[in-house]
Design a protein around this ligand. Structure first.
Ligand code: UDP
Ligand code: MG
Length: 337
């Protein structure tokens, strides 16, 4: 690693003039329990950054920004060691606890903005995304795009179950009126202009994929092949992915609340006709409603629908409560400049 740092120092000295025109880039990596993958990731990224600085694609004061999302393993220790050897090319913060991947990315973006970057690129700690595409991302930024979004060519590395869930999620969220590009990942470059705009968004429940689409800024999509995770396991459980999906829907669409209203109207109308039938049945002895079992099934079904609707409303109330409290989105307990 030291070998690469020395190379970077040399470029710093010889390319001051060219640097004035090249992009000061922050590469932001959220990390949660990534002790297995992080040493390999940092080594690989060093090589990429070194090449980009050598070719004057990015400036010599570009840096890697690691956000330790409250890891319980040796992640922070590894970050500390890398920081000491990096001559400030690696900066980092550590959360007081696990706040989730979206908060970690957001913190990286906010901290990079303070450091005066021209652009910030986010990428996962396992480098499943194609690092060789970073050059194309910067190129697109130079062409004037405010957002350069990485889109997976396919989901071949995902399990069958994850593939079905992701496809269902993108279909449902699009039906609910949220404009999200399917298979868009958190591999994304945003300009300083976009960073400034982002600082105007104060919501606690943040769903970045939806948010960046919502801004309507000039966006370029770059397609890449996803690799298999080489070291460690995915840090998302089924439930954390479900939570992310629900948060995404709740923060961008009120269609589910309309669904509750429509269901209410439908049940009321149906109940009215059922009531009329029961009354006629009693008076005229049609014996239409004799099947009490059918009635029980209907009642159970309605109870289920009611609880579902209360759950949907509850999600929105929960989000409102979190927003109203206005608590910090994350707490930074340690910092490496
Ligand atoms: N991550 C995080 N906080 C979490 C979960 C994940 O910062 O609570 C980070 C993780 O370390 C990685 C990125 O988010 O850098 C994506 O996670 P992962 O690769 O496990 O997700 P997958 O590829 O399975 O979708
Ligand atoms: Mg991954």
């Amino acid at each position: 690693m030291i070998k690469h740092v020395i190379k970077i120092k040399k470029i710093q000295d010889s390319s001051k003039e060219a640097d004035m025109n090249s992009v000061k880039l922050a590469i932001i990596i959220p990390c949660y329990n990534e002790e297995e993958t992080l040493p390999h990731t940092l080594k690989k990224l060093w090589d990429v950054i070194h090449d980009l600085i050598r070719d004057r694609v990015i400036s010599a004061d570009s840096f890697i920004f690691l956000v330790d999302d409250g890891s319980k393993d040796r992640t922070w220790e590894i970050i500390n060691t890398a920081h000491k050897r990096s001559f400030c090319k690696i900066k980092a913060v550590r959360f007081s606890r696990n706040y989730g991947n979206q908060a970690a990315i957001l913190a990286g973006l906010k901290e990079s903005e303070k450091l005066g970057v021209d652009a910030a690129l986010t990428i996962d700690a396992d480098l499943q995304q194609d690092v060789n595409k970073i050059r194309d991302f910067v190129q697109a930024y130079n062409e004037g795009y405010d957002i350069v979004a990485g889109v997976r060519n396919d989901r071949s590395t995902d399990s069958f179950f994850k593939k079905i869930c992701s496809n269902a999620f993108y279909k449902i969220i699009n039906i609910l009126g949220v404009n999200i590009t399917p298979n868009h990942s958190e591999f994304r470059l945003i300009s300083r202009n976009t960073l400034n705009i982002l600082s105007g968004f104060h919501e606690r429940n943040i769903f970045l994929r939806g948010l960046f689409n919502e801004l309507g800024l000039d966006t370029k999509y770059i397609y890449f092949d996803v690799k298999k995770r080489e070291y460690g396991k995915s840090k998302f459980s089924f439930f954390s992915l479900l939570r992310l999906a629900i948060d995404g829907i709740v923060s961008f669409s009120i269609y589910p609340l309309r669904f509750v209203f429509v269901i209410g109207v439908l049940i009321s109308v149906t109940s009215f006709f059922v009531a009329v039938l029961i009354i006629l049945d009693q008076i005229l002895k049609f014996t239409l409603i004799t099947n009490i079992e059918l009635f029980k099934i209907w009642m159970t079904f309605i109870s289920g629908i009611q609880i579902l609707c209360i759950g949907i409303i509850g999600e929105y109330i929960g989000q409102v409560l979190m927003e109203v409290k206005g608590r910090p989105r994350y707490i930074i307990s340690k910092e490496l400049e």
